[in-house]
Design a protein around this ligand. Structure first.
Ligand code: ADP
Length: 402
């Protein structure tokens, strides 16, 4: 097989990965998509080829793959068998790059140590994103690794969008409105040029609705505002996170409920959002299937907040020409899109019900004043593209044998 780039998205008990071959024209061709999950419980390596056929499906006893480095070893063995050699580089999704890392960065020990400092800003994701980088750096120090940040695409926001109304010294320390899901928004901005050029250079609000959810204001393809801020807790309600919440609630939990900072952290990341509000599930599929009024309340709340933020982001843009839905819920849940757009009908948005039901690219009606779209995201392709660009920029060798 040609030279490859491996993309890794490290989670708490799983490693999601994709493998891209670099063709002679330097185009990326997805070859594999898979994950190792159940690390320490029911370890399983599973991957599909580009045509959807199974490339590997292997399970181990829990004590054979009980730590992340065991899982990475299994992945390396598989890739060596499958490709015949190691990838020329690994691109990693890293959720937080702080104020300093504003573009994809070649990782060395200094960079990694610096990125560890952002763990408190993304306690759910950052440690899991960095752990595989450190293991590879120790075991294969010559294998090139590129960190691609979810914050980077938003780092050119105006100062007014980047600040909280707190004393300046906190801003200088890095307490800023970073915004997240930047790799997804960057991909969507590039994809709009191909599939919806009529809005690609205009004022677009993108709703990335997955288990984490946020929204972004794109002006001529660049991010100018985000619903998220300092951490990935802000903005829209999510599967298990509340989204925007009065800081006074946090004070109440600590002062009146006697919760410690750690208790509050766990509560806000794991027990709130759709799960907390419904008391049923964090999964929109389950809530849509439920007849329980609490499921309806949670979904109504979700759609209401998305519409509110659409209005806020449209204000930042000075108007709106396009609304784009993406990620697991945005791409697959017509009922949620309909509920959001119904709430925006006062701004002239209207859906075509048949197009919406079929998850078509353009789902707005002919009479809608604003185009509404469904555009599947591809953060992994974005990471692979960035990794290739970094290699080219540094004039790195493109061949490495196992
Ligand atoms: P992440 O990458 O943040 O884990 P995804 O973008 O994969 O999340 O989205 C996962 C969520 O998408 C699930 O929790 C589920 O609520 C929702 N989802 C997936 N498929 C559907 C569907 N067909 N209908 C409604 N919601 C869906």
């Amino acid at each position: 097989m040609a030279n490859t780039i491996l993309v890794i998205n490290g989670g708490s008990s799983s490693i999601k990965f994709q493998l891209f071959a670099i063709d002679p024209e330097n185009q990326l061709d997805r070859r594999l998509k898979g994950q190792i999950d159940g690390i320490g419980t029911r370890p399983r390596l599973f991957a599909k080829n580009a045509d959807g056929t199974c490339a590997v499906d292997k399970s181990w006893k829990s004590d054979e793959v009980c730590e992340l480095h065991h899982a990475l070893d299994k992945l390396v063995v598989f890739l060596r068998e499958y490709v015949g050699r190691l990838p020329i580089a690994i691109g990693h999704r890293v959720v937080h790059g702080g104020a300093e890392f504003i573009e994809p960065t070649l990782v060395n020990t200094w960079v990694l140590d610096h990125l560890e400092r952002f763990v408190p800003l993304a306690p759910l994701h950052q440690p899991n994103n960095l752990a595989p980088i450190r293991i590879v750096l120790e075991r294969q120090p010559h294998l090139l690794q590129v960190a691609c940040f979810d914050t980077a695409f938003h780092r050119h926001h105006s100062e007014i969008a980047d600040r909280y109304a707190i004393p300046d010294r906190f801003y200088r320390e890095g307490v800023r409105r970073y915004g997240f899901h930047g790799l997804s928004y960057e991909y969507i901005a590039s994809r709009l040029r191909q599939v919806a050029p009529e809005i690609a250079d205009r004022r677009v609000v993108v709703a990335h609705l997955g288990s984490g959810a946020s929204m972004c204001a794109l002006l001529k393809g660049a991010s100018i505002e985000s619903s998220m801020g300092f951490t990935a807790l802000d903005g829209l309600p999510m599967g298990t996170r509340p989204g925007q919440i009065d800081a006074g609630v946090v004070l109440y939990l600590m002062n009146e409920e006697g919760m410690s900072a750690k208790d509050v952290e766990h509560f806000l990341y794991h027990d709130c959002g759709l799960k907390g509000l419904s008391g049923i599930s964090n999964d929109v599929r389950e809530l849509l299937a439920s007849v329980d009024p609490r499921a309806k309340l949670a979904l109504d709340y979700f759609a209401y907040r998305i519409a509110l933020f659409a209005g806020m982001l449209a204000t930042a843009l000075g108007g709106i020409d396009g609304l784009v839905f993406t990620a697991g819920i945005g791409e697959n849940a017509p009922a949620i899109r309909q509920a959001v757009v119904d709430r925006l009908s006062c701004f002239g948005l209207e859906l075509s019900q048949p197009a919406n039901a079929k998850n078509e690219l353009r789902i707005s009606s002919r009479g809608s004043h604003v185009g509404c779209y469904v555009v599947p995201t591809d953060e992994e392709l974005m990471i692979a593209r960035h990794t290739l660009q970094v290699l080219r920029k540094h004039e790195m060798p493109t061949e490495r044998r196992a």
